[in-house]
Design a protein around this ligand. Structure first.
Ligand code: HPA
Length: 279
């Protein structure tokens, strides 16, 4: 288990590189890291240089924390993240979120690649997370389990509004104003790394999930525990396969390829949210 000292030490090391104090954290998922190139001016800190910070071992995750200005906001952008399926503990997976809190950040905006479960969803769609189903968390893999440090947050966290309402409204306004097609739906997280069976997809659909992925919910739990506001988007990189013997198979390459289509939309969306950020 990490302690407050570990988060603070990592944050102090990061602040040593900076002349600005980041206010908003962005987590860019599989194949979505390019937005960080637009920051101005930038400090690029490889994850390996931050004590305690988990490296991402997955292709498509660049592994840098990039800090700078974007649309008038001071942001800290994670180019890639660590996942539970890589063998990290959920404390390690969510370490960056607690470091963001120690940096003085007030809001995290998370992105991920996800399979579309909702039958109306197409590859390349962007989905605003209205809510989530945290399946690993519901069955005992929850980053908030263990002794609670009251200095970090409360023992029992309310999640009736895990994703900040004002920020979601801002995202919907940006989508309408800039003509960005945006879905609003429920994201279900599984631990992975295997993709789902068709029977699992039909089950998740019956449960009310619109998209499925392998990240984000753990980070949102820790963010809410820390009192950070959260907003999240899924890029629909593939349609989840819901029938056996369909001759289709989900693969990581298609996930990365679709990321290329999603990046411009997601960039426009994130910039729109940052510009005119609701307080
Ligand atoms: N399932 C789980 N995770 C994913 C998928 C999927 O179909 N696509 C991208 N990440």
């Amino acid at each position: 288990m990490f302690t407050s000292d570990d988060f603070q030490r990592a944050a102090d090391g990061i602040l040593d590189h900076l002349t600005i104090q980041p206010q908003i954290g962005l987590v860019l998922g599989s194949g979505l890291g390019k937005l960080a190139d637009e920051l101005n001016p930038r400090a690029v800190i490889p994850y390996a240089e931050i004590p305690g910070w988990p490296a991402s071992t997955v292709h498509g995750h660049l592994g840098n924390l990039v800090i700078g200005g974007l649309e008038g906001q001071a942001v800290a952008v994670m180019q890639g993240r660590a996942h539970f399926y890589e063998g990290y503990s959920l404390q390690q997976v969510t370490f960056p979120i607690r470091v963001m809190k120690a940096l003085g950040i007030h809001t995290v905006i998370l992105t991920n690649a996800a399979g579309g479960i909702n039958k109306a969803y197409q590859v390349g769609d962007l989905m605003l997370l209205e809510d989530h189903i945290n399946l690993p968390g519901m069955v005992g893999a929850n980053p908030l389990m263990g002794t609670n440090d009251d200095a970090l947050g409360r023992r029992f966290v309310g999640l009736a509004q895990a994703y900040d309402r004002l920020l979601r409204e801002q995202a919907l306004r940006v989508a309408a104003q800039r003509g960005i097609p945006l879905r609003s739906g429920v994201y279900c997280a599984l631990s992975g790394p295997a993709f789902e069976t068709p029977a699992e997809i039909r089950m998740l659909r019956a449960w009310g999930a619109d998209a499925v992925g392998m990240s984000t919910t753990h980070e949102v739990l820790v963010a809410r525990h820390a009192g950070l506001r959260a907003l999240a988007f899924s890029g629909i990189t593939n349609r989840a396969i819901d029938q056996v013997d369909s001759d289709l198979e989900t693969n990581h390459e298609e996930v990365l390829e679709a990321g290329e289509v999603i990046v411009p939309r997601l960039s426009a969306m994130l910039k729109g949210v940052l510009n005119n950020f609701p307080t």
